[in-house]
Design a protein around this ligand. Structure first.
Ligand code: PMP
Length: 390
């Protein structure tokens, strides 16, 4: 009999309640469904109703296109409550997710009249969109040049211009990072702080970089709302990013801004205690369970993360990364992605995060509890060393 509902690939039967054993464990993608239960608990106060006549126009405000001053001020309050970024005396630009702001920042930091294009770099392993996006636009002003560490100690680089992407905590391995080219006279950095929230990371100090990006996708989990922001020190960079936004999309959807404001207001209701305790507990628990499952394994290893002091929680906290950066240690698992795929686990190929990283796979830990439980189950069934199961 045909099912009455549209089952996903893991469930079948007339009411989609039968678990299908062939279902792959989905550990791909960055959808933060781990926060869905939090928003179910807050269904009423996070709901948004918008009347048809509301905010119809492009709504250029006095200083920049389409920026809600109320949302901007809530973002500043949020950063000061969490203590993860300095916003006093800084400019803020909104984007359709931080994805749009990444290229707006590269464009703003490069020069229109330099004889050679700025070299855009990022330390391996890095978030693949930096390369894909930089190459997509094929600009005269900048080119993607790969691993930042290759330029670190080079003497020939003194006259070159660099734009370094620094992801902190890093996607895929959760490490807090600083710019490799820090101190170079012509290097500028874009600090991508998508994961610098207490769910995923200790917050040792407020970030205070020249250009920083944040996103609601990993803060509240609303990746589909497409809302992010950049915090910028320099007025000229701010102006160039604002021009980019005006020409690219005439600013960010008013509806996204309204939704972001509503969600951030709920987050701030108890000075952000509830959401971060909720999120941190889940992420810490998942990391602990995964580490335990693989602790005796000779076949797989995980990135090393140490407990660290978090000023938001006011204590030393155990790690709670968004992703596992899993390494296949056996020679026959050179293609780590395929080894996992054969065991019914879909991760993200390590090779996408830099050259010669096929021994690695990124596993998302921020998906739903069902996804995580299935991942753990499948990993625990894989032989952990050469030959038989331990
Ligand atoms: N930066 C990093 C490091 C990310 O992992 C992501 C999302 N996966 C983004 C930026 C983009 O996020 P968004 O466009 O949803 O804000």
């Amino acid at each position: 009999k045909e099912p009455i509902c549209d089952c996903n690939s893991c469930y079948g039967g007339p009411d989609c309640s039968l678990f299908l054993p062939a279902c792959p464990a989905n550990a791909d993608g960055g959808d933060p469904y781990f926060l869905e239960p939090f928003w179910m608990q807050h269904a009423t106060n996070s709901a948004l109703v918008v009347a048809g006549w509301h905010r119809m126009g492009y709504s250029y405000s006095d200083h920049s296109p389409n920026i809600s001053p109320e949302l901007e001020s809530h973002i500043r309050t949020l950063h000061s409550v969490v203590g993860n970024a300095i916003t006093a005396g800084r400019y803020i630009v909104f984007g359709a997710g931080s994805t749009q702001l990444l290229n707006a920042a590269v464009n703003a930091l490069s020069s229109d009249n330099s004889s050679t294009p700025a070299r855009v770099v990022a330390l391996f392993p890095y978030y693949p969109v930096y390369k894909m996006q930089t190459e997509l636009f094929q600009s005269k002003n900048y080119t993607f040049e790969g691993d930042a560490s290759l330029w670190e100690n080079s003497t020939s680089n003194a006259t070159m211009n660099f734009i370094e992407f620094v992801t902190s905590p890093n996607n895929p391995d959760g490490q807090l990072r600083k710019a490799v080219l820090h101190g170079h006279p012509n290097a500028k950095a874009i600090y991508d702080h998508a994961y610098y929230w207490p769910h995923f990371s200790p917050i040792p100090t407020p970030a205070d970089e020249d250009v920083m990006t944040f996103t609601i996708s990993k803060l509240t989990g609303h990746a589909g709302a497409r809302f992010g922001w950049a915090i910028i020190k320099d007025e000229a960079v701010y102006e160039r990013m604002t021009t980019y936004m005006a020409l690219n999309t005439i600013g960010v959807s008013r509806d996204s801004q309204l939704r972001a404001l509503k969600l951030i207001k709920v987050v701030l209701e108890d000075r952000a205690r509830e959401i971060f305790e909720f999120g941190y507990e889940i992420m810490r628990d998942r990391w602990e369970k995964l580490s335990k499952t693989l602790s005796t394994s000779k076949r797989f290893s995980l990135q090393k993360l140490a407990p660290q002091y978090c000023s938001f929680s006011q204590k030393v906290r155990a790690p709670s990364p968004a992703y596992a950066w899993l390494k296949c240690e056996r020679e026959e698992d050179r293609d780590c992605y395929s080894a996992l795929e054969a065991a019914g686990i879909t991760g993200r190929e390590g090779g996408k995060f830099g050259a010669e990283l096929d021994r690695y796979v990124r596993l998302s830990l921020i998906r739903s509890q069902d996804d995580f439980d299935l991942l753990l189950h499948r990993l625990s069934k894989m032989p952990k060393s050469q030959g038989k199961e331990e």
